[in-house]
Design a protein around this ligand. Structure first.
Ligand SMILES: Cc1ncc(COP(=O)(O)O)c(C=O)c1O
Length: 388
């Protein structure tokens, strides 16, 4: 078989998954808006992008939302806003060691140095107890990531930031609609960054959204997404080319209309799996919802506990055979991603993040799945455990 054929048969196999990892909801409203945009021939940023921003801001309870072309751009632009607030190139931004590679990449793309902090195995989020030890005179911001849609420890993070005069940028890429003590994540820190990529709750296929309650920060975001422009054709900042187009905004507007339905279906799937996984507690750590929080479900994380007779790879292979698609539970960026070797960290420096990556996976719980699919997952995990 040629390489191209192998690849397409692999993709075909993935399309056959009983429990696929992600989905995109394209509504009738979105289809109508796309048609109108195409007929009008105005396809770059226009009225739909503006309407999408306004509706997004309202939905997330923030004053300002700025649409961009990806979640990575949202992260990078939020970092670059800090240059308006006294930051210098090469200054430091604190990020969790375990996250999707985009978080670290965005910090570097914006000209900052990512300083990593280990995570907690049970929450997958940055360990707030370890943040103060890495703060230096060059630290400018803390960037917690609400991984899997589970809110980070925002009270602690905001208090640390306040006492050291730092900004907080929430990477809420995976956490649309998550609540921390009643507040929507992405609107708690000084800036929030969302990914609108296909697997997320609100999607524009590709896309991202920045949020803030500070109109001056929003003005910097709007300039930075458009090459650093100010006024008509004057360029004041080192900007990005990170604009959203009308077709993407149309898909996003359709998703906003069904946001509650998507969120509720995902939460139903999540809470059902959490309840059912109790019987596998001896074997796995899995995402849990604590009092005072509501997860905005991205996916369901499963981590093999220490000293089990089976490995994560054996578990994942068994699930794959039974039609359950999965992804590795990311990597410890500084020690398990070769692109970060230049920072000079050593394996073992971030033991919790490394453990989660070596032993963890995550599976889809999106809106196209229901109790029947979740039952298939539970049956499969039960059958796997019986083998050992
Ligand atoms: C935690 C996190 N940050 C950033 C991103 C980047 O988003 P995008 O793929 O839209 O660039 C993702 C993507 O899923 C993510 O999971």
């Amino acid at each position: 078989m040629t390489k191209a054929k192998e690849k397409s048969s692999e993709l075909y196999k993935k399309a056959q998954y009983k429990v696929p990892f992600g989905t995109v909801s394209i509504t009738n409203k979105a289809q109508k808006l796309i048609d109108t945009a195409i007929e009008s021939k105005w396809l770059t940023r226009g009225k739909y992008v503006q309407e999408f921003e306004e509706k997004f801001a309202k939905l997330f309870g923030v004053k300002e939302a700025v649409a961009v072309s990806s979640g990575t751009d949202a992260d990078a632009i939020a970092c670059a806003v800090l240059y308006d607030y006294g930051a210098k190139r090469g200054d430091e931004i604190i990020v969790p060691a375990l996250t999707f590679v985009a978080t670290g990449n965005a910090v570097l793309q914006a000209g900052f140095k990512p300083v990593f902090v280990d995570v907690k195995r049970d929450t997958l989020n940055i360990d707030a107890d370890k943040i103060e030890a890495v703060i230096t005179p060059r630290t400018r911001a803390i960037m917690p990531v609400h991984l899997m849609g589970k809110p980070a420890d925002m009270d602690r993070i905001m208090a640390i930031a306040k006492s050291h005069n730092l900004y907080v940028i929430e990477d809420a890429a995976e956490a649309h609609g998550a609540l921390y003590k009643g507040q929507k994540v992405g609107g708690i820190g000084h800036m929030g960054a969302f990914s609108l990529y296909a697997a997320h709750i609100i999607t524009s296929i590709e896309g991202g959204m920045l949020t803030t309650n500070d109109p001056q920060m929003a003005e910097a975001m709007r300039s930075l997404r458009n090459h650093g422009i100010v006024n008509k054709f004057e360029f004041k900042r080192i900007g990005f080319s990170a604009k959203m187009n009308e077709i993407e905004a149309a898909v996003g507007l359709g998703n906003i209309e069904i946001f509650n339905d998507i969120l509720n279906q995902r939460r139903e799937n999540l809470l059902y799996l959490i309840a059912q996984f109790k019987k596998f507690e001896e074997y796995f750590y899995y995402i849990k919802e604590e009092p005072g929080e509501k997860i905005g479900p991205h996916a369901f994380s499963i981590i093999v506990k220490p000293n089990m007779p089976f490995t994560k790879d054996e578990f994942v292979a068994f699930m794959d055979q039974r039609g359950i698609d999965s992804r590795n539970l990311f990597y410890s960026l500084p020690t398990q991603c070769s692109s970060y070797e230049f920072l000079g960290h050593n394996l073992g420096d971030f033991p919790e993040a490394e453990y989660c990556s070596n032993n963890g996976t995550h599976i889809g719980i999106h809106q196209d799945l229901n109790e029947e699919h979740m039952d298939h997952v539970i049956r499969t995990v039960g059958e796997f455990i019986k083998k050992w």
